[in-house]
Design a binder for this molecule. Structure first.
Ligand SMILES: [Zn+2]
Length: 104
């Protein structure tokens, strides 16, 4: 939580933000001023101590705040996304390649 796991630079205090907290669990976002990567860190406080889990991300602090306040995704939406990707993956890949100019 004090330094970037990628470049090992110390985080500036103003670059570490509390994104969400609930019943002994806190989610922080840290932005590295040296390499530009972000870190999402869960801190879980229990009677036995504190556990943490970190995830390197390209999400900004503003993204983390926005996503923490977003509506949860339900199982029906996950199934719809899976079907969409399964049934239209060829079209989706073609569109991404067209955007990158590789098919032009
Ligand atoms: Zn870094």
């Amino acid at each position: 939580m004090t330094h970037c796991p990628l470049c090992h630079a110390l985080y500036a205090q103003e670059d570490v933000k509390l994104v969400a907290q609930k019943e002994g669990v806190k989610l922080y976002h840290s932005a590295c001023g040296s390499c530009g990567h972000g870190l999402l860190a869960y801190l879980l406080e229990t009677h036995g101590g504190i556990s943490s889990l970190g995830l390197v991300t390209d999400a900004s602090g503003a993204d983390a705040l926005r996503l923490a306040q977003a509506k949860n995704i339900g199982s029906d939406e996950c199934i719809q996304a899976h079907r969409l990707l399964t049934e239209h993956s060829r079209d989706l890949c073609r569109q991404w390649l067209d955007i990158s100019g590789k098919l032009a």
